[in-house]
Design a protein around this ligand. Structure first.
Ligand code: PLP
Length: 376
């Protein structure tokens, strides 16, 4: 699947630091619901969840049932909230693995109730209300009928009510203000009838930019992994993922030498070129050709020519000491320099979330910084 020369390193110490910082900011009133969906944003579902559990996390958010089952099979306790809900053909698995699905469909809820009663158990559910994301969730006017129906169903309990903000990185925007107001109003109303339900709205950006949205739980994802949530408030989080490789060959070429497919780069001076065993198969997307930089010898050097499937070239003309076998950092820190997921995202015209999922998902991961004796 991957090349021994390339590795994604996951710094569990940085992950613990970010989790603790978030929990500290949230204070005693709000719990951090650790978002570990999408294989923990490419960092590895089970190792990340174990580290967070050892650091005190009790509630986890996954996208799909499959991920929830993987957490249970790894021995993770605590509440596992399945954000995409439960498809009709997998309700028994929700029950067996004690997962808490997000709900937005009364028909599904009635069937879940029937099966929970048959299994002589109770399933916790989190109702999703759409206050303006335009994604999953019931619309606010449907709320009274939904809650009334839910309260009549045995075997299911309203454990939470949630929503999601589309522009939490713009805390002052009128839409954000209005969506927050709407959810607060819903929370105040529903809390009276369902005092056990926990209310949650905030992703990383809302947690940081709109502290009033923290309510009973916050759902940070990107901040846990040290990415940039967006918006005016920075959180002091440490990047958890880095991507490293080693130089395979260094060669001297004259001025006028074309590099790689299509000769999209031609040297303008006698040059030293380092060939790196990293390509788009490893998540170094071809779109980064002649755009990206990497770190070698603690210095930033440009990639030159088209990125190949398993190779690319860096210009190391100004680094005469560079040798084959030297470390290359494609994402992360080397000496005093750093390349962040946000910077790569800028070159790719995307967001750092996508960079982390891509690079983490395509490469072998090495975990560093585990605490001994914690089961990490
Ligand atoms: C992914 C997700 C989050 C986490 O968002 P970040 O921006 O990564 O903090 C929170 N809530 C929901 C519903 C999500 O889907």
């Amino acid at each position: 699947m991957s090349h021994s020369l390339n590795r994604v390193e996951i710094d569990l110490g940085a992950l613990r630091h970010n989790y603790r910082a978030l929990q500290e900011q949230a204070g005693k009133g709000a719990e951090v619901l650790a978002m570990v969906k999408a294989d923990a944003y490419g960092h590895g579902l089970v190792p990340v969840a174990r580290t967070l559990a050892a650091a005190g996390a009790r509630t986890f958010g996954v996208a799909e049932i499959e991920e929830g089952i993987a957490l249970r099979q790894a021995g993770l306790e605590g509440e596992v909230i399945v954000l995409l809900g439960a498809p009709a053909d997998r309700l028994d698995e929700v029950i067996v693995h004690r997962l808490s699905p997000v709900v937005f469909d009364l028909e599904m809820l009635a069937e879940l109730s029937r099966r929970a009663v048959l299994a002589e158990t109770r399933v916790d559910v989190h109702l999703k209300v759409d206050v303006g994301m335009g994604r999953l969730g019931i619309l606010p006017p449907e709320l009274p009928h939904f809650l009334d129906s839910l309260s009549r169903l045995p075997g299911v309990r309203l454990a939470g009510v949630s929503s999601h903000l589309p522009m939490a990185d713009r805390p002052q925007a009128a839409v954000t203000r209005e969506q927050c107001r709407l959810f607060m109003e819903i929370a105040a109303r529903v809390r009276q009838a369902s005092p056990e339900a926990r209310f949650h709205l905030a992703n990383s950006a809302a947690h940081l930019n709109l502290p009033e949205t923290r309510l009973d739980m916050v759902r940070p994802g990107i901040a846990l992994y040290g990415g940039q949530p967006g918006g005016p408030t920075a959180g002091g989080f440490r990047p958890v993922m880095s991507f490293r490789s080693r130089i395979q060959q260094v060669k001297e070429v004259p001025a006028g030498t074309g590099l790689s497919y299509g000769h999209t780069f031609v040297t303008s001076r006698p040059s030293r070129v380092a060939v790196l065993p990293v390509g788009y198969d490893d998540g170094l997307l071809r779109r980064l050709s002649n755009r990206a930089a990497v770190l070698i010898g603690g210095r930033r050097v440009p990639l030159r020519g088209n990125i190949c499937m398993n190779a690319c070239m860096a210009d190391v003309t100004d680094l005469p000491a560079v040798r084959p076998g030297d470390e290359v950092v494609l994402l992360g820190r080397q000496g005093g320099e750093a390349i962040t997921a946000g910077e790569i995202a800028g070159w790719l015209e995307t967001i750092d979330y996508e960079v982390l999922c891509l690079v983490g998902g395509l490469n072998a991961r090495l975990y560093v910084g585990a605490e001994r004796g914690t089961g990490e």
